[in-house]
Design a protein around this ligand. Structure first.
Ligand code: ACO
Length: 316
C-alpha cells in the first residue's frame, strides 16, 4: 500500500472526453438471435442496451480530441499518451501509435493492457510520470470488445460492448488530485476470462462474479487507507461497469449507498477499459461532482487484475 510522499509533484484532470459508437444494440435485438430475453438481461446485469462499432483507434481519437479541447492544451505540448486497451487494432504496433498520429501529438506513446482495470493503471502511471518531470499526459481507456465476442454465446454476448473515455492529466503546483491508489493482479486466475489470439472471449461468469466483489472491496479499502480516508468520506464511486449486481454487492460491503455510485452500464454494457472513465465523466458532465469531492475509482478485470484510486475532484 504505497503512500504518496508529500513532496511528490501531483497532477489533476483538466479535461475529458467520451466516445460511443452510433450503432445501438438493445437486449431485445439480442433476443432475436439467441435464447435470452430483455427481462433476464436487465434483472441479472442491469444492462439495457450497448453501443457497437468503430475501432480502438477511431474511438480513442474521438474521446482524446474532446479531452484535449476541453483542457485547452496545445497537442504539441503533451508529453505522453497512455492508451489502456485489451483490444488493440493490431498485434504490432501498439494502437497508441495510430492514436498519437491521429491526434497530431509528438510524444511518448504506449499501450497498457490490464483489461477493465486498465484506465486506473494508466491514471496511476501518468501520475508516476508527472512525479519524475512530465507536465501533460493524455490517458485514454478504450475497448472494442464486440470484435472478440462470440455473438452466438449468450453467456458473454449480453455483456460486452465498445466505447472510450479520455482524460488530460496535468502537473499542478501544490496539492494534486491523487490521494491513494492500488494496483494488483493475480495471474493464477487468468483462465477465468480470456481470449486466445484471434479467438473470442471465454468466461466463467459465476466465478468472476464471486471474486469481483471481493477484489473490488479489497482494492478500494487499500486505496482509502493509503489516502487516510474511509468510505464515509466518499462522495462518488465510479466502479467498473460490468454488472449492476456486482456494484450493488461491493457497495453494500463497503457501506457506500448506491446513490453515490455512478452507473452507465445500462446504456453502455461492459466496455472494459472505457467503463470507469465513461462512468466518471458522465457523472462530471451531469454536475454530480464539485471541487473537493472525494471520488473512488475501482475496477477489476481479466488477469485477474484490480485497481483503485482515490482522487480529490478539482472542477476545471
Ligand atoms: N439469457 C437467459 N438465460 C441465461 C443467460 C442469458 N443470457 N445466460 C445464462 N442463462 C441461464 C443459465 O443457463 C442458467 O440456467 P439454469 O439455471 O437452467 O442452468 C441461469 O440462467 C442462471 O445462470 P447463471 O450463470 O447462474 O447466471 P448469473 O446470475 O450468474 O448471471 C452473469 C450470469 C450475468 C454472466 C454473471 O455471472 C456475471 O455478471 N458475472 C460476472 C461477469 C463479469 O463481470 N465479467 C467481466 C469481467 S471484466 C473484464 O475483464 C472484461
Amino acid at each position: 500500500m504505497p503512500i504518496i510522499p508529500k513532496t511528490a509533484i501531483n497532477g489533476a484532470i483538466t479535461g475529458w472526453g467520451r466516445a460511443l459508437p452510433e450503432k445501438v444494440v438493445t437486449n431485445s435485438d439480442l433476443a432475436k438471435t439467441m435464447d435470452t430475453s430483455d427481462e433476464w438481461i436487465r434483472e441479472r446485469t442491469g444492462i439495457e442496451r450497448r453501443h457497437i462499432g468503430g475501432t480502438t483507434a477511431s474511438l480513442s481519437i474521438e474521446s482524446g480530441r474532446k479531452a484535449i479541447e476541453m483542457a485547452g492544451v496545445d497537442p504539441s505540448t503533451i508529453d505522453a499518451l497512455i492508451l489502456s486497451t485489451t483490444t488493440p487494432d493490431r498485434t504490432v504496433p501498439a494502437t497508441s501509435a495510430a492514436v498519437q498520429h491521429g491526434l497530431g501529438l509528438r510524444c511518448g506513446a504506449f499501450d497498457v493492457n490490464a483489461a477493465c482495470s486498465g484506465f486506473v493503471y494508466g491514471l496511476v502511471t501518468a501520475h508516476g510520470l508527472i512525479a519524475i518531470g512530465m507536465k501533460k499526459i493524455l490517458v485514454i481507456g478504450t475497448d472494442t470488445l464486440s470484435r472478440i465476442t462470440d455473438w452466438s454465446d449468450r453467456n458473454t454476448a449480453i455483456l460486452f460492448a465498445d466505447g472510450s473515455g479520455a482524460a488530460v492529466v496535468e502537473a499542478v503546483e501544490g496539492p494534486g488530485q491523487l490521494l491513494g491508489w492500488d494496483i494488483d493482479a493475480d495471474g493464477s486466475l487468468e483462465d477465468l476470462l480470456y481470449a486466445e489470439i484471434g479467438g473470442t472471449l471465454y468466461m466463467e461468469g459465476k466465478e468472476v462474479f464471486r471474486r469481483a466483489v471481493r477484489i473490488m472491496v479489497d482494492s478500494a479499502e487499500k486505496s482509502l487507507k493509503a489516502a487516510g480516508l474511509t468510505t464515509s468520506d466518499v462522495a462518488l464511486v465510479a466502479p467498473h461497469q460490468a454488472n449492476l449486481r456486482i456494484i450493488e454487492a461491493a457497495c453494500k460491503r463497503l457501506d457506500i449507498p448506491m446513490s453515490k455510485a455512478a452507473w452507465v452500464g445500462n446504456e453502455t454494457g461492459n466496455t472494459s477499459s472505457a467503463s470507469i472513465p465513461l462512468a466518471l465523466f458522465d457523472a462530471a458532465d451531469n454536475n454530480r461532482l464539485k471541487t473537493g469531492d472525494i471520488v473512488l475509482l475501482v475496477g477489476f478485470g481479466a488477469g485477474m487484475t484490480a485497481a483503485s484510486a482515490v482522487i480529490k475532484w478539482k472542477q476545471p
